[in-house]
Write a protein that binds this ligand. Structure first.
Ligand code: GMT
Length: 377
């Protein structure tokens, strides 16, 4: 199949999922065309089945807002025609589903049918898309998609609750490449010393440091952990709350125990040495970062919001607490870390739970949907 993928090319979960999906599809022999404004961060163009088409938006002083959707829909039309694309898969409703719909209509005018699948990722529904300024267009473009998928049951329910969506929403969970080797690598302690001393536990948080991630809860939970168990906190990512976290660490006198990495393409290197992952988010449609941690056998201490309970199994791969209940999160974290035996049980279980989300199990669900979409023609 020839599949065009539209996504945000950044470190955000939706872009990561779209990129990894495209790479895996290409590996299976499909021809994948990424269409976005920058080369996606995790995209390697060394695969002969991968193409990247950049959307350029010329800067014109008349425009207060440069019309990206217009440039994207024009590019989609051109690329669908040039490369004879079979199916269009847009990730994140805003503005991709809207631009995709416009491209569909323009192609229809030329007698070309292109089916469009929209994958909802979370904030496009629960935070941004829900805003009254966007809601009408988001509802319309979801309803105009040929197929709609969401990354969790929770997000599916949120979409029906918040929008007047008439389409069936198929739940296709996010996925991870399961690599038994990676898990085994945890035994090798060669570079761990760069992050922490041998007697210290490594606690990790990865996100875009936005308010929804409740970064102060990460710091407070770690503060409580390190009072009882020697440990270091790895903070990976960039965003507006990072400066607040740095200040908090300073005020709490724990700056020497916290490493801020910024955005990183090397999260595997950090996760493979991590002992615990923290994700206390206000809301999270899925929590891809938690799954990435679990794939390295790292137990997760998280909130119980949104789709997180579908990924982090309470008492098995980690623990769930109410949003903002830092005391409970700290207690749970300590209960895992205090005993090597219990820690090992959680590590093994985290890896076992992650295996359910092996890309090899999830990819056929997308391929089936692509086939169904193509049959609509
Ligand atoms: O977490 C973010 O703020 C980024 C956002 C995105 O769109 O990239 O992540 C969303 O999509 C991810 C991939 O499907 C999910 O794993 C995240 O849970 C979801 N974020 C939220 O719902 C807040």
């Amino acid at each position: 199949m020839k599949i065009a993928i539209v996504c945000y090319p950044t470190f955000g979960g939706s872009g990561v999922v779209a990129t990894e999906l495209g790479l895996e599809l290409a590996q299976k022999g499909h021809e994948i065309h990424f269409i976005t404004y920058k080369q996606p961060v995790r995209l390697s163009l060394l695969n002969p089945n991968i193409y990247f088409h950049e959307v350029n938006v010329p800067n014109y002083p008349l425009f207060h807002y440069q019309p990206y959707e217009l440039a994207l829909s024009s590019k989609l039309v051109d690329m669908v025609k040039l490369h004879k694309i079979d199916v269009l898969h847009v990730h994140y409703a805003i503005p991709h589903a809207y631009a995709g719909y416009m491209a569909k209509k323009m192609l229809e005018d030329e007698g070309i049918f292109i089916p469009m699948i929209t994958t909802l990722h979370g904030t496009d529904i629960t935070l941004v898309g829900n805003h009254p300024f966007y809601k009408t267009a988001v509802t319309f473009s979801i309803n105009q998609s040929d197929f709609v998928t969401s990354v969790s049951n929770s997000l599916r329910e949120d979409t029906y609750r918040l929008f007047d969506v008439k389409k069936d929403i198929y739940v296709i969970p996010n996925f991870i490449e399961i690599d038994e080797e990676k898990h085994i690598l945890k035994g090798q302690r060669c570079q761990r010393s760069v992050l922490a001393s041998n007697n210290e536990k490594i606690i990790t948080h990865i996100s875009n440091f936005r308010k929804v991630k409740r970064i102060p809860d990460v710091v407070k939970t770690f503060y409580n952990i390190q009072k009882e168990i020697p440990s270091k906190l790895m903070m990976v990512g960039e965003g507006p709350e990072k400066i607040i976290a740095e200040k908090m660490c300073d005020e709490l006198g724990i700056s020497d125990k916290v490493i801020f990495f910024g955005n990183s393409n090397d999260i595997d290197q950090i996760l493979k040495y991590s002992d615990l992952f923290l994700l206390p988010s206000e809301t999270e449609s899925f929590g891809l970062a938690a799954l990435e941690a679990m794939a390295f056998g790292v137990p997760v201490i998280s909130s119980n919001s949104g789709g997180i309970p579908e990924v982090n199994e309470n008492g098995k791969s980690g623990y769930l607490s109410n949003v903002g209940d830092v005391d409970d999160m700290s207690k749970n974290a300590l209960s895992i870390l205090k005993s090597n035996e219990i820690h090992q049980q959680f590590k093994t279980a985290a890896f076992e739970v992650a295996k359910k989300y092996d890309i090899l199990n999830i990819l056929p669900l997308y391929e089936n949907l692509y086939n169904k979409a193509i049959e609509l023609n």
